[in-house]
Design a protein around this ligand. Structure first.
Ligand code: LMR
Length: 395
């Protein structure tokens, strides 16, 4: 059975961490995966999460099954976090299920589209998260791309994006990043969101919004502008969200897939199709991450603490953007890197070529994705000098 298998390359993001761990250089820096690190290079467990876990240990009375939708309280709370006090919620048009991380949400969303349209196509931004293509292909969809980032001018190619989206056939799906675009850090502004939403309504393509970084851009409410506007504009959409980054729950695997239907009864029908997709995949989602999130969001005190801790993470990252820029200049770099501070979220493209990315790895033990995406969240006052100096060298 297995003797004809050929070795496959390591995952372009997760594979970097394996190499990083094996590197003995004390100055090594892992700018690969989108993981928040504090100034000491540690990925902390948030205090609100620790408190919620303690609450769960003290109060949980059973480990019996949920169902394929997961915890009803989590689903209600995450819907409120993502959509706010939105009319689609008040009109009972949203059906949310908990999923194993944001990736699980995307896979289920992909399979729902595939179920509705067996020859379905989903359009993703060029560039996009390295796993989008694989997730949607595995769900049985064709994947096509629309222009998004202008590498030469280090900005959004909004004209190119709109030009392509205008030609997307009705009932194709279009994946849009809600905020903190991964990998470019360049987001749509409110006016651009309005144009994209109006196009989705006029053409009738299905928006599938990936919100993996709510709270890491400008703030929890501001970062949800796009999905909420979209829900105001179109009759049907899907929102996939993740608690990996904003609750720091990475390995607990907790996210959500919310589907908006035309009416409450249409949403019930969608839900009846969604649940069997989960059932044949993994039966039901894991409970621990959901229990933590719902405990935090159900307590005014823990929610306030979470907001504070999230703001600290967000502010530290944006501080590192400025510091990296300053250090590049200090180290004599004349190329314009000012785009780094115009972006939001964890990521930035350095805009260096593949050979230079490889040199950073081989000569300086600095690990970044081949596209030159760096995770700003791994930069700290202690390593920024070394990083800037190394970049200056390879330039
Ligand atoms: C990333 O883009 O680095 C993160 O979303 C981690 C992952 O799963 O790839």
């Amino acid at each position: 059975m297995f003797s004809d298998l050929k070795q496959r390359p390591a995952d372009p993001i997760l594979g970097l961490t394996v190499k990083f761990k094996a590197d003995s250089n004390p100055d090594k820096i892992d700018l690969g995966p989108g993981i928040y690190k504090d100034e000491t290079g540690h990925t902390p467990i948030l205090a609100c999460v620790k408190a919620a876990e303690q609450y769960r240990i003290d109060n949980e009375t059973t480990k019996t099954y949920f169902n394929s939708a997961g915890s009803a309280l989590f689903n209600e709370k995450i819907t409120a976090l993502n959509f706010g006090d939105h009319r689609v919620v008040r009109e009972n048009r949203v059906r949310t299920i908990s999923t194993p991380g944001g990736t699980g949400a995307l896979r289920i969303a992909g399979e729902l589209v595939k179920t509705c349209k067996p020859s379905g196509t989903i359009w993703v931004s060029d560039p996009t998260w390295a796993n989008h293509q694989g997730v949607f292909t595995a769900a049985g969809l064709q994947v096509k791309t629309y222009p998004y980032y202008d590498h030469d001018n280090k900005c959004l190619d909004f004209a190119g994006m709109m030009e392509t989206l205008k030609r997307v056939p009705k009932d194709d799906a279009v994946l849009i990043h809600a905020c903190c675009h991964n990998p470019s850090g360049m987001d749509l502004n409110p006016q651009q969101w309005q144009q994209v939403a109006a196009l989705a309504r006029d053409i009738g393509f299905l928006p599938v919004i990936d919100m993996a970084y709510q709270g890491f851009g400008v703030g929890l409410e501001e970062d949800a502008y796009g999905p909420r506007l979209m829900a105001d504009t179109v009759d049907e959409m899907i929102l996939c969200s993740s608690c990996s980054k904003n609750f720091g729950l990475y390995r607990e695997r907790i996210g959500a897939c919310s589907v908006v239907g035309k009416s409450a009864s249409a949403a019930d029908i969608i839900n009846s199709v969604l649940l069997p997709i989960v059932r044949v995949n993994y039966s039901m989602p894991p409970a621990h991450g959901a229990a933590i999130v719902e405990t935090v969001l159900d307590s005014a005190e823990l929610t306030a603490q979470w907001h504070h801790e999230l703001a600290l993470m967000r502010d530290r990252i944006s501080g590192m953007r400025q510091l990296l820029l300053d250090k590049l200049v200090e180290n004599g770099v004349t190329r314009d890197f000012s785009f780094i501070t115009a972006q939001t979220g964890m990521f930035s493209f350095l805009g260096i070529d593949a050979a230079q990315v490889q040199r950073l790895q081989d000569e300086f033990s600095i690990y970044l994705v081949g596209s030159s995406r760096i995770s700003i969240a791994a930069i700290a006052p202690d390593n920024v000098d070394y990083l800037a100096r190394s970049i200056a060298r390879i330039l």
